[in-house]
Design a protein around this ligand. Structure first.
Ligand code: PLP
Length: 467
């Protein structure tokens, strides 16, 4: 295949993509396949001779779409969305065509500088203070890992950079049980160990109790541990819990600890000023992550980290071996020095296109609709005698159970969820909360409509009757 063939097949792919997206509602949302079926459809050895693009494409059509869960399906309500605006897809096509590796300013000046400007645009869009700068990572997980490694190294006075953790007192991190498992993963990967991530008690609303945080840090100091940092959540994955950011940051600051706020999902909603009370005080954080790939339309992968001061993270992440030296490097930004991987994709382009193609007002309207429709759906379930709202709507997320009188609500809810996802009209996933099996409902795909959201009620009530 050469570039002339590529032109033909790119146009063909664009037509295919148009048909795919405009007929998504006709497909079941969750893949209706069985483990091993796709692998069994592929030859067991690679081809020795070039194959005809016609055949390659035919196999793609026959094998792939039917065995995919359709994340851009307007009735995808599982996990959190990974939404993709058409303008973002367009930008990705162009970034793919250039196929740059954007590790240094010199390898990609436009990518580096558009990234800097996009961080500034998003900072303003989210209403954050002007002192924040930042960068783009692939995922919130690597971003949180970078923040945790920075906490660790800073707590050791940067000694760990040279000597590792040998001889150090055990380093402690603090987070509530509502934070995402990426915080646990970061504690493990940073060599701190799961048991040194202290899970702080929460209040009735599942928000971290600042007094409990203070008590845990004091008790650790007395016991000879080395407290390093606090990770707070705005919009926890399970039920959307939000920590009291201002009060917890004050506690962290009083102990000189580094702070990171995980707003991977909820951060996008902060383009709407009315939701900002959910993270009031966030301007005092050292680091904040949010994923435009979850709810802003800049497709996966795109995790934005805001940093009050990039210097500590660069001290942990930044290396300049001879082969990466470039002239004038002290006057420019080489973003690889801010992140775990060296290589980086041109992720800023899709932010630039998406923000321009819809404008903040267009994006706000979408998010406000998702929130309003989710609340409306929750009310429908609330008044149904056989359903129970288990956690209240937080932005565009709530949870519910199928709990007819005299039935085992956990078992029935689990059976109902399986029926719903086998049915295929909508896709929902579960979580556990207070020992109960509950269904999570979160709206957020780019093309989702009010009718799509209300289909959850129709499917759930209809299928419940068959249990
Ligand atoms: N933090 C929160 C609150 C999340 O909901 C998620 C994923 O859903 C993550 C972090 C991890 O995100 P990523 O897939 O970008 O690593």
């Amino acid at each position: 295949m050469n570039h002339d063939d590529l032109r033909h097949w790119s146009k063909h792919a664009a037509d295919w993509a148009h048909d795919y997206h405009t007929t998504l509602r006709d497909r079941p949302v969750r893949a209706q396949t069985t483990p091993g079926a796709t692998a069994a459809a592929l030859p067991t050895a690679p081809p020795e001779q070039p194959e005809d693009p016609e055949r390659i494409f035919a196999d793609f059509e026959a094998i792939v779409p039917g065995a995919m869960t359709h994340w851009q399906h307007p009735r995808f309500f599982a996990y959190f969305p990974a939404n993709a605006a058409p303008a973002s897809q367009w930008a990705e096509q162009l970034a793919n065509a250039i196929a740059a590796q954007c590790m240094l300013w010199q390898t990609s000046p436009a990518a580096t500088e558009i990234e800097q400007v996009m961080i500034g645009w998003l900072r303003q869009a989210l209403g954050l203070a002007p002192h924040f700068t930042g960068t783009i990572h692939d995922s919130a997980t690597t971003c949180t890992l970078a923040a945790v490694i920075t906490m660790r190294d800073r707590a050791t006075g940067w000694d760990s950079l040279q000597h590792g953790l040998t001889g150090q007192a055990p380093i402690r991190l603090y987070a509530s049980a509502q934070t995402h498992s990426s915080v646990d993963k970061a504690a493990r990967l940073a060599g701190l160990g799961q048991q040194n991530l202290v899970k702080i008690a929460t209040d009735d609303a599942y928000a971290m109790d600042p007094d409990a945080l203070d008590a845990a840090i004091r008790s650790d100091l007395k016991a000879g541990y080395l407290p390093a940092g606090v990770v707070l959540c705005t919009g926890g994955t399970s039920i959307g819990a939000c920590d009291p950011i201002a009060a917890c940051l004050e506690v962290a600051r009083s102990h000189g600890l580094y702070t990171h706020v995980d707003a991977a999902w909820a951060g996008s909603a902060m383009i709407c000023p009315e939701f900002r009370p959910l993270w009031a005080g966030v301007d005092g954080a050292d680091s904040i992550v949010f994923n435009p790939h979850k709810w802003l339309g800049a497709q996966f992968d795109c995790a934005v980290q805001f940093l009050a001061d990039p210097a500590p993270q660069i001290r942990s992440m930044g290396l300049r071996p001879d082969y990466l030296q470039t002239p004038g490097q002290d006057q420019i930004t080489n973003f690889n020095e801010w992140t775990v991987p060296l290589g980086r994709r041109f992720r800023a382009l899709k932010l630039w296109f998406t923000l321009r193609a819809y404008g903040l007002e267009g994006l706000r309207t979408r998010i406000r609709n998702h929130v309003a429709w989710t609340a409306e759906l929750a009310e429908k379930f609330r008044v149904h005698k056989d359903f129970r709202i288990t956690t209240e709507p937080r932005l565009a997320l709530f949870t519910f159970q199928y709990a007819p009188q005299g039935g085992d609500a956990d078992a029935l809810t689990e059976r109902l969820l399986k029926k719903i996802n086998d049915d295929g009209r909508v896709y929902l996933t579960q979580t556990q909360h207070q020992g109960r099996y509950i269904i999570r409902m979160t709206a957020g795909t780019f093309d989702c409509s009010r009718d799509d959201v209300m289909t959850v009620y129709d499917a759930a009530t209809e299928l419940a009757k068959t249990l």
